[in-house]
Design a protein around this ligand. Sequence first.
Ligand SMILES: NC(=O)C1=CN([C@@H]2O[C@H](COP(=O)(O)OP(=O)(O)OC[C@H]3O[C@@H](n4cnc5c(N)ncnc54)[C@H](OP(=O)(O)O)[C@@H]3O)[C@@H](O)[C@H]2O)C=CC1
Ligand SMILES: O=C(O)[C@H](O)COP(=O)(O)O
Length: 538
Amino acid sequence: MAGTGVFAELVDGDGVFKYFSSGEWKKSSSGKSVPIINPTTRQPHFKVQACTQEEVNKLIEEAKTAQKSWAKTPLWKRAELLHKAAALLKEHKVPIAECLVKEIAKPAKDAATEAVRSGDLVSYCAEEGVRVLGEGKFMVSDSFPGNERTKYCLTAKIPLGVILAIPPFNYPVNLAVSKIAPALIAGNSIVLKPPTQGAVAALHMVHCFHLAGFPKGLISCVTGRGSEIGDFLTMHPMVNCIRKQSNDLVELYLHCPDVLICGLNIFCCCFTGGDTGIAISKKAGMIPLQMELGGKDACIILDDADLDLAAANIVKGGFSYRREKSLYESFHFDFSGQRCTAVKVVLVMESVANALVEKVKVKVAKLTVGLPEDDSDITPVVTESSANFIEGLVVDAKQKGATFCQEYRREGNLIWPLLLDNVRPDMRIAWEEPFGPVLPVIRITSVEEGIHHCNASNFGLQGCVFTRDISKAILISDAMETGTVQINSAPARGPDHFPFQGLKDSGIGSQGITNSINMMTKIKTTVINLPTPSYTMG
Ligand SMILES: NC(=O)C1=CN([C@@H]2O[C@H](COP(=O)(O)OP(=O)(O)OC[C@H]3O[C@@H](n4cnc5c(N)ncnc54)[C@H](OP(=O)(O)O)[C@@H]3O)[C@@H](O)[C@H]2O)C=CC1
Ligand SMILES: O=C(O)[C@H](O)COP(=O)(O)O
């Protein structure tokens, strides 16, 4: 059970989950806590510490110190500890899953799968890190005109320093470890700010890393509302120092010599979430950023498509449906539409639209709606405000004449799956991301019209195209302004070692295990200058 057994030390005497700093579980000096509302009951279920800015300062300082020794820890040892953490995550999948069910209403089996998938991600990262970071590059000078072979250039990947990781509510464990594991294997330290909904699952995950034996101060986890401590974290004075250092180096040196020391410790922010990410990017200044943000993933259906395949993928990608081919025990492809990679708009050729919509309707009718504890396909959305936002999109579509394929139904945060046909571009749902089980269908008369709608979006995460003509599929994929296009399948981030990136407002940088490891390093070169040219075997 959550907060018991090996996790008992996470809870204080008042039943509030502690935060993690200096290798210990601590109560905040604020004396305040933040309630976590169960999306199903809409009642407080857990409480976490509302950390203070002083506590944030302290753990960032510790992260700086811990990182220096961690960077000197052999790569194989870093990997060994990550493998231990991975095993612990899998061993403790039951309490972690319990938290996910209560905090974000993730269906029970999928919640357990999130813990297992996270363990697999950490292990793969350890293995990949050993390969990617275990070798560098060797260059010689005579390949560039005007040079003899007098310079040998050695290139290595070195850590960035302290990584700030901010995951979203829909994968509070998996999208945390997708940042933590690459950061650690590359020799960085981690400050984690979990989403409030999902914070307790994330604290359990952090404890698995603690039990694995990572050094004190290397990983810390600070809790509190993003709106209260988020800006403080992302705009921490040390971060501003880096920017100011380059703007006004002399003045800073004279007035605050320490600033230069701060400035040497590069700070990086790795974020998954919504518009908050865009706001952070604008404020962050000259720090490396990895941002995984929203999406309005389009699904383009051509008239030669396998409509059964397309309908199955629309339902699994837009609402929720078990991923039959997964080797995991259970894997809903979606989570009541609460995935950045969910299918968020169907663009179907008019000639096959009636047939497609009928097939989708039949499948939607089979989805189970109810409690996450019962492993229902559709469960309550994360917050009441999220449910209200989704309802606003539905009301707008109704007023503007969309065809409702099912009756709109909502109880509390639980929204029944709804397919909206004949959606037009003047409706909000054509462009906005519901992050819930409501899916618009726009009928198109040409492929160009579909591509145009997709590219007119401010998002550019993923998209998909269904056709039996692979050449057409490639041409459409090339024309779609998105980070990934899936041919004949719904969008998805995984498998977790594939590159994953958003264009436009959907993100900065590319993720996926290898890309994330690379992103959490910088290049360092050492040039050996020889007194005379040297040619091997010459
Ligand atoms: N591309 C992707 O993979 C994903 C994208 N999303 C996008 O996110 C949206 C909703 O997800 P949600 O989790 O609510 O996203 P948010 O952007 O609201 O929150 C994401 C994270 O940011 C934190 N946060 C909030 N305010 C600040 C701040 N000022 N500074 C720093 N951190 C802050 C949140 O903490 P707290 O919870 O405490 O507020 C949470 O940990 C969706 O509409 C979707 O667009 C979501 C999931 C995945
Ligand atoms: O946050 C999200 O929604 C994801 O990064 C999508 O991951 P998935 O495609 O594996 O569900």
